[in-house]
Design a protein around this ligand. Sequence first.
Ligand SMILES: [Fe+2]
Length: 354
Amino acid sequence: MLFLDVKNLFPGMRLARDIHYYDTSKRKMIELKKGTDLTSENIRSFRASNINGVYVDYVPDDLEPVSNIDDGLKNDAVAALKILADNFLNTPESIQALHIQSLSKISSMLVESLLQDRNALINIFNLKKHDEYTYHHSVSVAVIAVAIGMELGFDERTLHDLALSGMLHDIGKVTIPVEIINKPARLTNREFDVIKTHPINAGVHLVKRNLVNENTFKGIVFHHERWDGTGYPNGLDGDKIPLFARIITVADVYDALTSNRPYRAPMQPSEAIEYIMGGCGSIFDVDIVKVFLKKIAPYPAGKKVKLSDGRIATVVRNHPEHPLRPVVKVNGTSEVIDLLKDTNSMNITIKEVI
Ligand SMILES: [Fe+2]
């Protein structure tokens, strides 16, 4: 039997105890018997009625991974970015201001949605199954950046500016020839020099037209600076790099490494996390990385994973303070293992996400 928070419930899970509660939208008492298979409607009703969680004793093998932001908002963000990118260079100032305004509104909605659950770990997996990499990547970067900003105690206005900065961080790539952007092989030095112009190109354009504020601007222009001063465009080091840029760098690298690219397969989240940890003090600000590690879910609920004993399992719930040791359900059985708390499973590790 497993007690699950309402946000970790999925349709098909089976109640292990009777439950009685007052459904606030239907305005009546509801009674669900032990053995009931939960439906989406049941779960929505629990949420609306402020039920904290329930006991379940059956977890199906297939759980649909949940995202921190809903599909509609995600799609709106991608569509708004696409319109902006398609018209970034040759559009009258007034129209472009409207495009930025709509992106700004979406940034506010994204922040609002993430603020609804301050303790949630970030699940960006299902932002990845699409083709238009740059747009989806930019939304993921905004989500991760805001999660870091929340942990740093930013107020809502600042989170909004950070979200907008994350969404726009690579907009300057529209100034780079598409053959270079999509080249499925290593770039030559000359091509890399061209790529390196994208932060400045974006910044100059946005500032010239007075489209974003200073913090948002700095996040965009300096997102390729490195903590040790070897980045670009200005070779800034340490805390001379604006805070927004230090946050976006971590979000950008993590999401790029875990994404499927034409020239390489995606890294496992745990490998990407190790890469980020390895870059502390050279590429990344160690304090930002520490905060990032608290917020990222390497194994989000709903993901299938391979255990070190060869069995396939589904992640049911994360321990936010110990994200590498979630609760998993072994597929094809009813066995549920809490990798953090079950003493006889301490030697089991997660080998990979499937
Ligand atoms: Fe970039």
